[in-house]
Structures are given as structure tokens and as C-alpha cells.
Ligand binder design. Structure first.
Ligand code: PHE
Length: 506
């Protein structure tokens, strides 16, 4: 990551932002962007940015810092004040996707698409591209996707003991109607193609409506066992359980005759294919015994996966389903708090899809599941919009290393946060432990403290002294805290820390 390098943005947008940074009269402007700002080679810029953030960004964005990279998540960055310092464009780096729709063009990253009568993506929707919540460390969707990968890795091993499944979690969400529909045998007049249900960039491209859009291309590339994870887009209302962008995991497994039946002396007794009638239980080209083995493998795998996450005793049931790309097809439901909840769709892949992708000697199964649904049920998250929150009250509850940990989400307060930092020199005797400070803050601040994080750890090269800076987020569950009362608590924390931990407040 090189500071000074700006990528993924159109020249005009870059120019416009540079104009702002150099102090030109700022336009009142809303940019829908997602930024990743690197300060690893320029630590002092990181600090500049932190102080800037509080003055002009705090309402619209939140930042998390990790390994020298400051990632600033913002879907709406309102630039209504001139940026004070010319350093800003010097190290800002548009990590992922900038997108905009204007004057007959849709700009996504480096590519420009001509708008046409099918175009219905909006800047708001495009601002979700590149957020990749499923890849964000400690995000609940990341924890769940890791648990799924781990389960699949351990369930399917090669004879040498290596995991068979490959994981594709960074595929671009911009796909063609061929990928999203035709390659999956979805008829030309099928309702799921409607403009009212999808986000079309133009008639030739859309934002994928499901991760199944990548099945056929990955199969033709030669992958036999794979997972696809990513953001999917569907036009929908916004309420507690619907959001137009969510995340899916797709699983595909293809098997040869000997993998399915095992090696026997007389392999001619076993067949994958047969010319029969298509019926409720099988496709016309499949041998019934092969289908039953596939079904058992598929259902065993998915029941195992659901039990790993929802517990060994979770009550489950299979329901017959229909998808144009699998037959037979099923949905798995699990009983949670007396309600049957649909967890996933799956089935035996239509042989025509495999043949079109160049595979003639294998049969296979596929499944697709929605990560948000799993996460909401597993952690008790009440509203799907929370996944997009950059509020530390939400994210901090998932800040644990072991993804298999089960926690219950506690609703965060609706009242605003007050953020105060505290910096001090540590005692020279090495006796200081951050956990002592955390306890002290809890003792004094009680339930007014939502979160404490070490945001800076610095050792003076000459003085050989170490300084820590902690950010304390104050927020009450039942009322608005005033800055004055927070200051009183904060002062008390400073005073007690100096006395009992031997630190020197800076
Ligand atoms: N793509 C389907 C959906 O989004 C799920 C699915 C995937 C069903 C694979 C069967 C096989 O609803």
C-alpha cells in the first residue's frame, strides 16, 4: 500500500476532491464512497486524520484501525467544509469501489457502463460495492462464513488429508444476465429476471441476485468442490428483515462414479447415468441409486453444518422445493423459539448445467444460504440494518478471535455516544497491564462506559518511555449523557489512574 497512490476513482472525482483538499471553495456535495486510508508509512498523517475525523466526519463515518491501515467506512460522506490540510489526497487511497450514476453513464471502479432503458441501479445501492462485510475481521458475517468454511474443510478431505473445497470470496458482484440467469437454465420469461426485482446496470450487466451466478463459470474452470461467498443485490423494501444487499454462501460439490459409490470390484454394476423419465425424485438422465447417494451426502453435510452452528439438539426438517437449476430440490428448516425458520435451498444440479460447462462424467449438488439470516438467528441480532452499522456498540460485541464462540447480541442504546481519549506514560517498572486500566474504567464509569480501546501504543525512541492512548466511548442505555457529566467521570478516571496505576497523564 503506497501513500500517494489513488486508484479506483475517476479523474473527475479525484480532481474534485483534490480541489477541495487544496482549499478551493467546496461544493456542498455528497460522495458515496468507501475509503481505505493507509498511514503505515506516514504515521503522523494517521494522527492528523484522527483529529480531523472528529471535526468533520464523525457524524457520517466511523473508523476502525488495524495493522497500520485505517479503514473508514462511509456510505455517505458529506463534504460541507473545506478540508484543512493538503495532505489529504496524498495518502487517501480508494481501496475498493467507487461508483456513481450520472449523465447516462454508470461508473463502477475503473469501468464505465452506458446506461440504457434497463438501468435502475442507484448511487445508494452502488455505495455497498466493495464493503465486503463477509471479509471484515470480527464482523458477525465473517465469523459465520469462517465457521462454514471450517466445517466444509474438515468434512471433505482428499485421500492425502487436504481440504477439497476451494473458497471464492472476492468475485465481483457485477455479472451478466447469462451468468445470473441463462447459465442456470432460468427461462427467458421467468419472473426473477424482472427489472422490478433486480438492480440492472444496463441490459448487459446487473448486480448478482445470488451467488449461484458463479456456479457455471467455476465448474467450467475445473473446480469440483467450492464455496462462493459474497454480496448479492435484490430490490426489496427496507425493514427489520429485508435489505436490498445481503450476503450468500454457495456450495457446489461434483463427484465421479467411484467417488460416489466407492471402489468396488465390479464397477459396471454402478451407474451415474441412465435414460429414464424425469419424475419428482430424479432427472431423466440420472440413475436413481446415484441420486439417492448424492441426496444423502448433501443432506448429511447440511444437517451437520446446521448442527455445528445451532447446536446438536436443534430440531430440523426438510421441505420439498423448486429451483430451475436443481432437481430434486429441498429447503432446510430449523426450529428456533417455536418458529420454523428456512435456512437454505439446495438440490441435485441439473445435468444440463454440467454438460454446458464441459463436465460429462460427474454428478453434483449445490446449496445456497443467506449469511444475515443465519447470523440474526445465531446471535439474536434484531435488525438486518445493523450489519451495515459502523457503530462501535454493535461491532465491539463481535470482537473476539474464536469465530465459533456463541454470544447473544445486546441491543445498543439509541442515545448518542460521547467519545473521550486519555493518554498517559506507563510506569518504567513494567508493572502496568492494560486490563488493570479497563477494570478501573469499569469501576468508575460503570454502565456509562460502552467501550474502551487502546488506540495508540508509542515508545519514545530517546526517552525509552511508553505511552498508551485509550479511547473511551461513553453511552447510557436509557438517557442522553451530557458532555459535562462525561467530563467529570473522565477526570475522575484520569485522577485515579495516576494515583493507583502510577501512570503520568499527558
Ligand atoms: N440461489 C438460490 C437462492 O438464492 C439458492 C440455491 C442455491 C438453491 C443452490 C439451490 C441450489 O435462493
Amino acid at each position: 500500500m503506497t501513500p500517494g497512490h489513488v486508484s479506483g476513482t475517476s479523474p473527475t472525482e479525484f480532481e474534485r476532491r483534490r480541489g477541495l483538499a487544496e482549499g478551493a471553495e467546496p461544493a456542498r456535495d455528497i460522495l458515496e464512497i468507501y475509503l481505505s486510508i493507509s498511514w503505515e508509512n506516514e504515521p503522523e498523517y494517521g494522527n492528523c486524520f484522527k483529529s480531523e475525523r472528529n471535526t468533520w466526519l464523525s457524524q457520517y463515518a466511523d473508523s476502525t484501525s488495524e495493522a497500520g491501515i485505517m479503514v473508514l467506512h462511509c456510505s455517505r460522506l458529506l463534504l460541507s467544509k473545506p478540508l484543512q490540510r493538503p495532505w489529504f489526497p496524498a495518502f487517501i487511497r480508494l481501496n475498493s469501489t467507487t461508483a456513481q450514476v450520472s449523465s447516462g453513464k454508470v461508473q463502477i471502479g475503473e469501468r464505465t457502463y452506458e446506461a440504457d432503458e434497463m438501468t435502475n441501479v442507484t448511487p445508494k445501492i452502488l455505495s455497498h460495492l466493495g464493503r465486503n462485510l463477509h471479509l471484515q475481521k470480527y464482523h458477525p458475517l465473517n465469523h459465520i462464513s469462517q465457521r462454514i468454511s471450517k466445517f466444509m474443510y474438515s468434512r471433505y478431505l482428499s485421500p492425502r488429508g487436504n481440504p477439497l473445497f476451494s473458497i471464492h470470496d472476492r468475485l465481483q458482484p457485477v455479472v451478466t444476465p447469462h451468468q445470473n440467469f441463462d447459465s442456470l437454465l432460468i427461462p427467458k420469461d421467468h419472473v426473477s429476471r424482472k427489472k422490478s426485482d433486480n438492480y440492472y446496470i444496463n441490459k448487459d450487466f446487473l448486480l448478482r441476485a445470488h451467488t449461484s451466478a458463479h456456479q457455471s463459470e467455476l465448474i467450467s474452470m475445473g473446480f469440483d468442490n467450492f464455496l462462493v461467498m459474497g454480496d448479492v443485490y435484490r430490490r426489496d423494501e427496507i425493514d427489520a428483515s429485508h435489505y436490498p444487499v445481503f450476503h450468500q454462501v454457495e456450495g457446489v460439490r461434483l463427484t465421479t462414479k467411484s467417488e460416489l459409490f466407492g471402489s468396488h470390484q465390479n464397477m459396471d454394476d454402478f451407474q451415474l447415468f441412465e435414460n429414464t423419465e424425469r419424475s419428482e425424485t430424479q432427472q431423466g438422465v440420472h440413475n436413481l441409486e446415484a441420486v439417492k447417494l448424492l441426496e444423502a451426502d448433501l443432506k448429511g453435510c447440511l444437517e451437520g453444518l446446521a448442527m455445528t452452528l445451532f447446536g446438536k439438539d436443534a430440531e430440523m426438517r426438510w421441505v420439498d422445493a423448486y429451483f430451475p437449476f436443481t432437481h430434486p430440490s429441498w429447503e432446510l428448516e430449523v426450529k428456533l423459539n417455536d418458529d420454523w425458520v428456512e435456512l437454505l435451498g439446495c438440490g441435485v444440479i441439473e445435468q444440463e448445467i454440467l454438460v454446458n460447462a464441459g463436465v460429462i462424467d460427474k454428478v453434483g449438488w449445490a446449496f445456497g444460504l443467506g449469511l444475515e439470516r443465519w447470523a440474526m438467528k445465531l446471535y439474536g441480532i434484531p435488525d438486518i440494518r445493523l450489519f451495515w452499522s459502523s457503530d462501535s456498540g454493535f461491532l465491539s460485541q463481535f470482537k473476539f478471535e474464536d469465530s465459533s464462540k456463541n454470544i447473544r447480541y445486546k441491543n445498543v442504546s439509541q442515545y448518542p455516544q460521547c467519545v473521550n481519549d486519555i493518554s498517559f506514560w506507563l510506569p518504567g517498572d513494567g508493572a502496568y497491564e492494560p486490563s488493570d486500566f479497563y477494570d478501573l474504567v469499569r469501576n468508575i464509569g460503570g454502565s456509562t462506559v460502552e467501550q474502551v480501546t487502546l488506540i495508540d501504543n508509542f515508545t519514545h525512541p530517546k526517552k525509552k518511555m511508553t505511552s498508551h492512548c485509550y479511547r473511551i466511548v461513553y453511552r447510557h442505555m436509557e438517557r442522553t449523557l451530557t458532555q459535562e457529566e462525561v467530563n467529570v467521570i473522565h477526570k475522575e478516571i484520569e485522577k485515579t489512574a495516576a494515583e493507583s496505576l502510577n501512570v503520568v497523564i499527558r
